[in-house]
Write a protein that binds this ligand. Structure first.
Ligand code: 5GP
Length: 163
């Protein structure tokens, strides 16, 4: 098996600032940062702070069910964002990684026809992505371990049973 690409929390802090810097340097000033849940939420929050943007929206899309195992098509999950909330906005769409790129493609289609301008920013982009992102921190073809999803959820160790 191919070695994994590992992003640590330490490295993540630098990655987020560097990614934000490339957006700032491009001259694009987003009215709205739109993070794709769940993987894109932490990068979206970091970029919103780094870019001084207070409008942070989220959209929930599910595609992957495990390492390299996915549904047939990415699907939007409720609660649904009203596309009219993005009318005439400059939107920065943020995700953790563009792998097949189909999640970002779905969100881009959802936004188009509403937004004034749209840019995409990801920490990683893989060579097979159907979307070419505007801002990419690093390119890889490996499976990536992100710091927020590498460990399993914490378990209740208190002995107190669920109500
Ligand atoms: P895509 O639609 O571009 O194939 O990927 C959608 C989502 O799948 C990503 O936002 C991410 O949450 C998950 N994903 C895809 N590739 C990887 C990977 O290499 N590592 C991890 N941890 N998640 C991935």
């Amino acid at each position: 098996e191919q070695e994994r690409e590992v992003l640590t929390w330490d490295l993540y802090g630098r990655a987020a600032r560097e990614l934000a810097q490339t957006v700032a340097d491009s001259g694009f000033v987003p009215d709205v940062v739109l993070g794709i849940a769940r993987g894109g939420l932490i990068p979206a929050g970091s970029l919103a702070y780094a870019l001084g943007c207070k409008n942070l929206f989220t959209i929930s899309v599910e595609f992957y069910t495990g390492v390299d195992s996915r549904l047939d098509v990415p699907v939007m999950l409720p609660p649904f964002l009203n596309a009219h909330d993005l009318d005439e906005a400059s939107v920065l769409v943020v995700d953790d990684v563009a792998d097949t790129g189909r999640t970002l493609e779905l969100v881009a289609d959802f936004c188009s026809g509403h937004v004034r301008e749209m840019r995409t920013a990801v920490l990683y982009e893989k060579p097979q992505s159907v979307i070419t992102c505007d801002h990419v921190w690093k390119r890889t073809s490996r499976w990536i371990n992100f710091p927020w999803s590498t460990e399993p959820p914490v378990a209740n160790r208190s002995g107190v049973l669920d109500a």
